[in-house]
Design a protein around this ligand. Structure first.
Ligand code: 5GP
Length: 193
């Protein structure tokens, strides 16, 4: 097991409905040393890519992206969740269905912060069905920018997102891929990487 898999095995809690709770170290209380290791690992995995910007989505992606950005020496842009599209014009907009909150959000990024000259690493905490990533990829495409890669902390390999994103040809680097998890006994198994 790698460092993140070990931490998930130790502190992750399996909830009903295919939800893995990692709020003691990843998306409520935050273990900065762990995030730093994650950033280091992505830096290694995306070595040689001309990344000049990291794109993520609020809220949980921001902390992960910011610590990772220190390893890449690039700025972070985060997509804002908004129900209003009245700022359209200066904004790229995508529709994202939330897996955990079961609602649809419009996510927006100002045109000031993403353009055709950008080579983007997309970072997020979880990959489940891939809706959040599809929205972020759509925003990069609308900007005429290039997706250089996608870094995910926890991929739930038994949901469709990972396969879909890899089939589209993107370099997707998930630091932990959960192969199965069981809410009754709390067992979590990981895909061999
Ligand atoms: P997707 O769009 O890939 O279906 O879901 C990704 C988003 O849903 C992530 O940004 C994350 O915030 C949330 N998410 C999906 N599955 C889980 C989960 O098992 N646990 C937690 N904590 N968040 C999840």
């Amino acid at each position: 097991m790698n460092f993140l898999e070990e931490r998930i095995a130790k502190d992750g809690i399996v909830k009903e409905g295919n939800v893995l709770k990692v709020d003691s170290f990843l998306n409520h209380q935050i273990d900065i040393a762990l995030f730093n290791q994650m950033g280091q690992e992505w830096k290694k995995r995306f070595e040689g890519k001309p990344i000049n910007k990291i794109l993520t989505i609020e809220a949980s992606g921001i902390g992960i992206a910011c610590i990772a950005a220190q390893h890449f020496g690039v700025p972070v842009v985060f997509a804002k969740k908004s129900k209003s599209i009245n700022m359209e014009g200066e904004m790229y907009v995508a529709e994202v269905e939330s897996f955990t909150h079961r609602c649809k959000n419009q996510v927006i990024v100002s045109k000031k912060f993403l353009g055709p000259e950008d080579h983007v690493l997309i970072i997020d905490d979880f990959l489940a069905n891939g809706c959040a990533l599809q929205g972020l990829i759509g925003i990069v495409q609308s900007a005429g920018a290039t997706v250089e890669g996608i870094g995910i902390a926890v991929e739930k390999g038994f949901q469709a997102g990972g396969r879909m994103i890899r089939n589209l040809g993107y370099q997707l680097e998930s630091l932990a891929i959960v192969e199965s998890m069981d809410a009754t006994d709390g067992n979590i198994s990981f895909r061999e990487q």
